[in-house]
Design a protein around this ligand. Structure first.
Ligand SMILES: Cc1ncc(COP(=O)(O)O)c(C=O)c1O
Length: 107
């Protein structure tokens, strides 16, 4: 792994000049049938971007009470997206579609 990292063709991703990132994003986009991909260097960053993309301020994010986005991401849902959280008691982290359906708050 270290050898691959040392030999990777790199560049400034801000200018789209990082060959390895460009290749990774384009391969991932192709795998999922999307027009473009976006490499995120951490899981927390990825989760927070996804929540921001899928919510509007005032929305509610429904998740298990043990979920990483709630327990370990420092209130990022409220800070980054202006959304609140509704916690469900799942089965070792797994929640059912019925639980989600019954917990949706209608305006
Ligand atoms: C089990 C687990 N560990 C760690 C993370 C955070 O990843 P990172 O340390 O890359 O931000 C996540 C994010 O969803 C996770 O689900």
């Amino acid at each position: 792994m270290k050898e691959a990292m040392m030999n990777a063709q790199v560049g400034d991703d801000v200018f789209g000049e990082d060959f390895s990132i460009n290749q990774l994003e384009s391969t991932a986009a192709g795998m999922f049938g999307m027009e473009a991909g976006l490499f995120c260097p951490s899981g927390t960053m990825t989760n927070q971007i996804a929540i921001k993309c899928h919510t509007q301020p005032g929305d509610e994010v429904i998740c298990d009470e043990t979920s990483h986005v709630y327990q370990y991401e420092g209130g990022g849902i409220a800070f980054n997206s202006g959304a609140s959280v509704k916690l469900l008691h799942g089965d070792r982290g797994r929640i059912s579609s019925e639980q989600v359906l019954h917990s949706i708050s209608l305006p």
